[in-house]
Design a protein around this ligand. Sequence first.
Ligand code: SF4
Ligand code: SF4
Length: 67
Amino acid sequence: MAKPILKSHRIKADWCKGCGICVEFCPKKVLELDESDRAVAARLQDCICCRLCELRCPDLAIEVETE
Ligand code: SF4
Ligand code: SF4
């Protein structure tokens, strides 16, 4: 199967409660909490499109789109 190519990775900042679950689950350490405890994609170039962040976010704040 061809490797998925990331089209967009969106984090709805106003839905994020800063629980850090996505940060913990991301196998490539793409995500971080910023100074106001919102998830941000700090190293998007390392994203392998596994969607764990999207699947694990309890607030449905993350949307991963692939090509
Ligand atoms: S899709 Fe996977 S690799 Fe990309 S940010 Fe989410 S958990 Fe990390
Ligand atoms: S799992 Fe969802 S609510 Fe929790 S820090 Fe990540 S984006 Fe925010």
